[in-house]
Design a protein around this ligand. Structure first.
Ligand code: ZN
Length: 211
């Protein structure tokens, strides 16, 4: 992550006033330093969209409850043989209600891509988390042609460190703020059907797929 990006986001971060509780389940045991980097990386992207994440590790009691409005869950796991090939993660989105509260990130794939691209592991993990958070808040598995919500993250993009590659668009940011303001993330009712996960950001030879 470049200082340029950090500086650029500082300005917009001042208006990041919509809180979002992010409950994290770390099943792998990511180091505190990497988690700290990931939180900073994701927070910068979200701050530029006017959202202030409140990180809540879920090894503590109380995270077994269903997420409330303005709360989402992110699981940090290693990929398995059942994980979609090339995917860095996925978000479970209710495609009927256009909302979601849980996402998963494959940290072992993030690590491998970080090594390949010489990007800090924590920064990349944070971008993957922010991307999935974007899906949950926007309530869609769709992707954008540019920016953080694009489907495929190429090695070239990762190596060039262009700040705009890791930011939400103005339109996405406005929609996320609108939806958060309306508390549309509340899916705590029993009859909600989590219909479909989204598959995006891919990680083939030329890029990484993040779902
Ligand atoms: Zn995606």
């Amino acid at each position: 992550m470049s200082l340029t990006f950090a500086s650029l986001v500082v300005t917009t971060a001042l208006s990041a006033n919509l809180p979002l509780v992010v409950r994290t389940y770390d099943a792998v045991g990511v180091s505190p330093r990497t988690l700290e980097q990931a939180h900073a990386s994701a927070a910068l992207a979200l701050a530029a969209a006017g959202i202030r994440p409140i990180w809540r590790p879920c090894h503590a009691a109380g995270c077994i409850s269903r997420p409330k409005a303005h709360e989402i869950d992110i699981r940090i796991v290693n990929a398995t043989g059942l994980s979609p090939q090339g995917s860095l993660g996925f978000a479970t989105v209710d495609i009927v209600q256009h909302a979601g509260t849980m996402a998963t990130v494959y940290v072992d794939r993030v690590d491998a891509l970080a090594v390949q691209t010489v990007v800090e592991r924590g920064w990349l993990l944070g971008w993957a988390m922010a991307h999935e958070i974007g899906h949950l808040i926007l309530g869609t598995t769709n992707h954008a042609p540019f920016g953080l919500m694009r489907a495929t993250w190429t090695v070239t993009e990762l190596r060039r460190g262009l700040p705009l590659d890791w930011m939400f668009s103005a339109r996405e940011s406005a929609e996320m703020r609108r939806r958060l303001s309306e508390e549309v993330l509340d899916l705590s009712h029993e009859d909600t059907k989590l219909t479909k996960a989204h598959e995006e950001a891919q990680w083939p030879s030329v890029g990484s797929v993040i779902q």
